[in-house]
Structures are given as structure tokens and as C-alpha cells.
Design a binder for this molecule. Structure first.
Ligand code: NI
Length: 144
């Protein structure tokens, strides 16, 4: 029997056939990202793919919504605040940074049923006056 891996299950080794130039590029990328070996980089890629696949509208998910907006745009701040009150059960935490005299960056952590989280993320990002918005889904960690 092998030792159990930290987060579940035995470690399995497998061979991968890959074009040399692809591997060279991969090594360069993972080095830049600070990985010390290919295995850990590959494990993260696999976990990422699993998180993407985990998406289900009824399943509990967690993610972050990042938005940049001009707080002086009429009614924009009110709309964003209204949304957060309306769906207050979904919002776990919010970070607000005043970037300059006009622009604000907000990062909102949203947790709940997939469909609700996506809906509220779309509403936030789609609010008129939001200059840029991005939803990043991650996992609650239970199944990884
Ligand atoms: Ni601000």
C-alpha cells in the first residue's frame, strides 16, 4: 500500500506522451508561475478542469465577482448596494478599494446555489456603468 496523499486517495503515477516543444513551453510557463515540479502544476490543472466541470445550477458553489466602476455615475452605487441587500444571503464578504477620485474596485465573495450565484454575478457585472467585471468560480473544497 502507498501512503495516502494529503487531500485524499493514493498517489498514482502515470506516463504522458507529449511533443518536446510543447513540454518545453509548459516547463517555461510553470517555472514562471513558481512551480518546482511538473506534478504539482499538472495536479492544479486537473483540479481546475474539475472545478469547471463541477458547475451545476443546483449545486453549491463559491466564487468572486470583481468589478471596477466610477462611483460618481448616477445611481450606479445605489444599484450595486440594492443588489447586495436583495441577495444578502449570497454575499459572504466584500472588499472595496478607492482607486482614485473616481474609480472603485470591488471584490465580492458569493456563495450559494450555482444558478443564484451566476445570476447575481451577471447582474453586478451587467450594471450600467460598470467598466469591467469578472466572475471567477472556485470550489468549496469539499470534493477536491
Ligand atoms: Ni470607492
Amino acid at each position: 500500500m502507498h501512503e495516502s496523499a494529503e487531500h485524499g486517495g493514493q498517489l498514482q503515477r502515470f506516463g504522458v506522451s507529449i511533443e518536446a516543444n510543447l513540454l518545453t513551453r509548459f516547463d517555461r510557463v510553470i517555472e514562471q508561475k513558481g512551480y518546482t515540479n511538473r506534478s504539482e502544476a499538472l495536479r492544479d490543472l486537473i483540479r481546475d478542469a474539475l472545478v469547471e466541470q463541477e458547475w451545476d445550477e443546483n449545486r453549491e458553489i463559491i466564487g468572486t465577482v470583481t468589478i471596477v466602476y466610477d462611483h460618481e455615475v448616477r445611481e450606479l452605487s445605489d444599484t450595486l448596494t440594492d443588489l447586495q441587500h436583495q441577495y444578502q444571503k449570497l454575499f459572504r464578504s466584500t472588499l472595496h478599494i478607492h482607486l482614485d477620485e473616481h474609480n472603485c474596485l470591488e471584490v465580492l465573495v458569493v456563495q450559494g446555489r450555482g444558478r443564484d450565484v451566476k445570476h447575481v454575478a451577471d447582474r453586478l457585472i451587467g450594471t450600467k456603468g460598470v467598466k469591467h467585471g469578472k466572475f471567477t468560480m472556485t470550489t468549496t473544497g469539499k470534493d477536491l
